[in-house]
Design a protein around this ligand. Structure first.
Ligand code: ATP
Ligand code: MG
Length: 361
């Protein structure tokens, strides 16, 4: 089939690689310039965006901030209704969606004006995170407040756009489920993975270590099914959760839903016989899903560093990925997957290499 991806960042490139492996053709759109790009090169083709849309059998995206003009051009070739995805780009609507599907989230409250923000804040008797309704990523456009802190100081920043106030959750860990739903409704999910954030940015992921209680896997897959079926979603999607409580009493609270391939699924590029990018392409083209074979993998993001250290390009247990982007503090520029069977060794490795690979600010 002929696939067109809206977005030509690292996620678009990795989707294109999977398309090629699975026997499909793939072009990418630079969504800022509207240029049509081949995979693997930043050289625009002499093809208009309209012609590329005409050429494609199926149009999909690497990020969910869709330009309405692109949606209009893609018309019937988008397999997921773009209108249904819109709530996931707006934190108030995303929370409402979870509430309507009966999926637990952190307690939250919406505000739309500085006055509403100020009034709403009076009622909170616990630490909160304030998040702008749109545009935040990697912990940006978020503010924290603890009981006793000055509220006035936050009005000009946190309160000057629509947003939500969310209870600060004393989570025991953060996990995410990444899975895919095919055109014919088949669903396949990876086991839950554990994510560690630094400064609100995903730092590293432990995948395949079986540290998460079984009932949480069931709950996560139920949430995945409810969300993707409600959205009529086709492709790979991720749900981030907070885990509260321990053992049999542990429970999941949804933090965010990302209707796309997700950073916490990058371990699957080398830790599984089918990556999250493969699953996205298989979903769009209605190919069979494989039985999953998973190897314990630690994924460490390269953030704001100038390069990946040579030893990580040379080691037999690592697979390094460099996105070819300019580096600046806090920007994801690559990642390294480590094949490590022992969780304690993976922990120590993450401590060592986050220091070498991450410049956060
Ligand atoms: P991204 O899109 O990169 O996943 P984001 O900027 O959209 O991140 P969130 O996922 O909402 O932001 O938050 C980033 C991180 O900040 C979370 O993974 C978590 O570590 C912390 N955080 C956010 N909200 C809360 C909360 N209510 N309680 C505790 N920690 C939180
Ligand atoms: Mg997040």
């Amino acid at each position: 089939m002929k696939l067109l991806i809206l977005g030509n960042g690292q996620l678009g490139q990795m989707l294109a690689q999977s398309s090629i492996q699975l026997g499909h053709e793939c072009l990418l759109i630079n969504t800022r310039t509207n240029q049509v790009m081949p995979a693997g090169a930043h050289v625009a083709l002499s093809l208009s965006i309209e012609d590329a849309m005409q050429w494609a059998d199926v149009v999909s995206w690497e990020h969910e901030q869709l330009n309405p003009e692109h949606v209009a051009l893609a018309a019937a070739k988008l397999l997921t209704d773009a209108d249904k995805i819109r709530p996931l780009t707006h934190r108030q609507l995303e929370k409402k969606l979870c509430d309507s599907l009966g999926i637990a989230t952190a307690p939250w409250q919406a505000f739309n004006t500085a006055d509403e923000f100020q009034q709403a804040m009076q009622k909170w008797q616990q630490s909160v995170v304030i998040k702008a309704a749109f545009g935040g990523y990697d912990g940006k456009s978020q503010w924290r407040w603890a009981v006793g802190d000055d509220i006035d100081a936050l009005i000009a920043t946190a309160g000057h756009q629509p947003g939500i106030i969310e209870a600060m959750i004393p989570f025991t860990r953060e996990v995410s489920i990444v899975g895919a739903r095919a055109r014919d409704g088949r669903i396949l999910c990876y086991p839950l993975v554990e994510n560690v954030h630094r400064n609100g940015i995903l730092s590293h992921t432990f995948a395949g270590y079986e540290a998460v209680p079984e009932h949480l896997q069931t709950a996560a897959e139920e949430a995945f099914k409810a969300v993707t079926e409600h959205l009529g979603y086709v492709g790979t999607l991720a749900i981030e959760f907070f885990v509260v409580g321990e053992g049999d009493n542990a429970q999941l609270l949804v933090n965010e839903i990302a209707p796309r391939v997700h950073n916490s699924g990058h371990w699957s590029l080398t830790g599984c016989n089918a990556s999250q990018f493969d699953l996205h392409i298989r979903s769009l083209t209605n190919m069979p899903f494989p039985e999953l074979a998973i190897q314990p993998t630690l994924m460490v993001n390269a953030i704001g560093c100038e390069q990946i250290p040579t030893e990580l390009w040379q080691s037999s247990i690592t697979s390094a990925f460099w996105y070819g982007k300019d580096s600046r503090p806090g920007r994801k520029v690559g990642h390294v997957n480590f094949r490590i069977a022992d969780r304690a060794v993976a922990e120590r490795t993450s401590e060592h290499f986050t220091a070498a690979l991450q410049v956060l600010s």
